[in-house]
Design a protein around this ligand. Structure first.
Ligand code: GLC
Length: 684
């Protein structure tokens, strides 16, 4: 049969019977291979292939877990333990595990879990009560084991515990003749007496919008006698006086007359705050037990100069630390569940606990380890930790924990950033938490999608981010393209170098930019200081406007080369004769640019803007890594919110609703842009 009229090459290629046959055979072959390959791999296990188990840990823990893995492999020949390195922030690792388990993926046999994940992850885990003898469980700290129980089953075996503590510079307090503080008022007084900012700050803690902020707030709240959520009655105590006092204390730490914390504290996670203290630049630090070992290492400016206390308290409250800690669960999708259980058994044995806690300074989960001479020699403050543990405040074990925590994080962070008063922020947090945990609870979003103010805020944030990034990228991109269009020596090399940022993975560059904008150690402040442009360090990621500016700058750095590339291609398409004719006609350089180059470039610029608008509107990784949507949700984009709803709150309907509605708007704008541009394109 003749090819239909007007059928081009592509039409003939697809329609030709020979090609159809070829495609069919190739398709069948591929399909057979795809189905047979895994079967064959399963059916014929190679005698050399070891039985493997794998799990994800925070990056800084990889080495120690690999060592434990090697010990396990030596004791169990024919096995292999794969330790996968994940991000340091708790929430980010939670999201990685969630995404994998939600997909029914078998990449992780073990789930290395925070105390707060049990209820949410239970659906994907193997119940473990029958796998461990009661004597084995009784040897572990009871509160840590309790955190692994949910719905009558045990899903998580604790391998290390954590409790929030207050580190202090014993040397400074002693030489000033000041006793260690007992109350919040003492802490403020001593910190103010000893601090000399920005060289030495009074008190550093974790103020970034993430799980660590909840831990800090919770122990201050307990210090004022308040509660967050009662896990039995679901009563919410966030709008009570004690909660407002607790938040006011944290706010006063950072702003106003009595400030004892750096403004940038609201962008610190564990490690940023630890580094400042370990550098000898803070009198007090709220953190976890792991800091002790690192700060005592040879060369540390605070080695031998520090002490540790339970968190201080206020009127009507008690000294307490938030209960943290990590445990192992076994994935339902694991192909080696028995081996995974054996591995856990190894980790909670005394040798396993020594291997895990000796060098890291982690608090063990095994009670016996607290009196073990080998561990005591490495961590002499273990008995203090055990005492602090006795009065630790636990976070509620509820399936909706991630959402409850995010509500608290967002509103506390908003109050710290000055976006709302402590009363207003906590009032709103209490209302949202009550809706979440109310009578028709069930993990749903606390708001109906169409009344979702967080959605509207995310649309606004995304619009600001997209508008600002595109405006800057277009101006810079055109300027760079004009420069690169000129002939000069080494032009090829310069073009290649200019493109480099574009080639870097966004998450990697976002991590680097996060440190560049760190208020105490970042290059940005160092440069500003050297140039005499800033007297005080700028707390870039701590206020909504500067956090957004930091995001835009990082994005502009990465994506301007893309705009430049497209505009350069457009420039190369402009016939030289046209420019030459204009020059002969007496048009100056600026006139030639405005009247000839720019109109002819318009389609390229518009194409670049369109591509970038689509990309920027979908911005996720850069925000996720640099600000996590904070402070106070002020940089949360539509994609980030959709992701949180889907993967963190496990509310797919809401996630999809956000994604669809959030993207309708830019789709309409893009359609409008194309429509407006069409007549121009036709003309040009
Ligand atoms: C520590 C704690 C964990 C807590 C986290 C917050 O890793 O062990 O329980 O959730 O810090 O950042």
């Amino acid at each position: 049969m003749a090819a239909p009229e007007g059928g081009g090459r592509a039409g003939r290629l697809v329609a030709s019977p020979a090609n159809v046959r070829r495609f069919a055979v190739l398709g069948c072959l591929l399909a057979t291979l795809a189905t047979v390959w895994p079967l064959r791999a399963e059916e014929t296990p190679s005698p050399q292939r070891p039985r493997r188990i794998s799990f994800l840990v925070l990056a800084s823990d990889r080495v120690v877990w690999e060592r434990i893995g090697k010990e396990f492999e030596a004791a169990h020949p024919g096995t292999a333990v794969d330790v996968v390195e994940g991000p340091n922030a708790t929430d980010l690792r939670e999201n990685l595990y969630t995404a994998s388990l939600l997909a029914g993926d078998d990449s992780f046999d073990l789930v290395y879990m925070d105390v707060t994940w049990t209820a949410k992850f239970a659906r994907w885990l193997v119940p473990l009560e029958a796998e461990f003898r009661s004597a084995e469980l009784a040897a572990l700290l009871p509160a840590a084991v309790a955190a692994g129980r949910y719905g009558g089953h045990l899903y998580r075996i604790p391998v290390r515990t954590d409790v929030g503590v207050l580190y202090y510079r014993r040397d400074l307090l002693e030489s000033a003749g000041l006793p260690p503080p007992r109350t919040f008022a003492d802490l403020t007084r001593v910190a103010r007496a000893l601090q000399a900012p920005p060289r030495l700050w009074g008190f550093v803690w974790q103020g970034s919008q993430y799980e660590g902020l909840v831990c800090v707030f919770l122990e201050v709240l307990r210090g004022y006698g308040g509660t967050w959520v009662n896990p039995e009655t679901f009563e919410v105590g966030l709008d009570r006086r004690e909660a407002v006092d607790a938040l006011e204390f944290l706010r006063r730490c950072r702003v106003g007359e009595e400030a004892i914390s750096p403004p940038g504290v609201t962008s610190y996670k564990e490690d940023e705050s630890r580094r400042l203290f370990q550098d000898g630049r803070a009198v007090f630090l709220r953190n976890w037990p792991y800091v002790w070992r690192l700060a005592q290492e040879p060369g540390s400016p605070v080695a031998g100069k520090m002490g540790v206390l339970p968190m201080v308290h206020g009127p009507g409250g008690e000294r307490s630390g938030t209960l943290g800690g990590w445990g192992l669960g076994v994935s339902r999708f694991s192909r080696e569940p028995e081996l995974a259980v054996e591995f856990i058994r190894h980790v909670i044995s005394l040798p396993g606990q020594r291997a895990l806690c000796r060098e890291t300074g982690y608090a063990p989960a095994l009670a016996e380890a607290y009196v073990d001479p080998e561990l005591l020699a490495a961590n002499p403050f273990l008995p203090d930790l055990l005492r602090i543990h006795g009065n630790a405040v636990a976070r509620p074990v509820i399936p909706e924990y991630a959402m409850a925590s995010d509500i608290l994080q967002r509103h506390v962070s908003a109050a710290l950033a000055g976006l709302a008063s402590p009363e207003a922020a906590l009032g709103e947090a209490a209302r949202e938490t009550r809706l979440l945990l109310g009578p028709d609870r069930g993990g749903r979003s606390p708001v109906r999608p169409w009344r979702d103010t967080r959605f509207l805020a995310s649309v606004r944030n995304t619009a600001v981010f997209t508008g600002a990034s595109i405006a800057l990228e277009t101006l810079l991109g055109v300027a760079i393209a004009l420069l690169l269009h000129r002939t000069f020596r080494g032009r090829g090399l310069v073009r290649a170098i200019t493109l480099l940022p574009w080639a870097l993975p966004t998450a990697v560059m976002a991590l680097a930019w996060g440190w560049i904008f760190n208020d105490s150690f970042g290059v940005a402040n160092d440069l500003l200081g050297r140039l005499g442009l800033a007297v005080q360090p700028v707390a870039w990621l701590s206020s909504p406007a500067s956090a957004m500016a930091a995001l835009v700058l990082a994005d502009v750095w990465k994506t301007t080369p893309f705009v430049a590339l497209i505009v350069l291609a457009g420039l190369q398409g402009i016939p030289l004769e046209v420019l030459e004719a204009a020059r002969v006609d007496g048009l100056g350089a600026w006139q030639r640019f405005r009247r000839i180059v720019l109109p002819l470039l318009a389609p390229s610029i518009l194409a670049a803007v369109l591509f970038r608008a689509i990309q920027a509107w979908g911005a996720f990784d850069i925000v996720y890594v640099m600000t996590g949507g904070g402070p106070g949700g002020s940089t949360e984009t539509v994609s980030l919110y959709a992701f949180q709803a889907y993967f963190r709150y496990l509310d797919p309907a809401h996630g999809v609703w956000i994604a669809v509605n959030g993207f309708l708007l830019p789709a309409l704008v893009s359609a409008l842009l194309v429509r407006l541009a069409r007549p121009r394109w036709r003309r040009s």
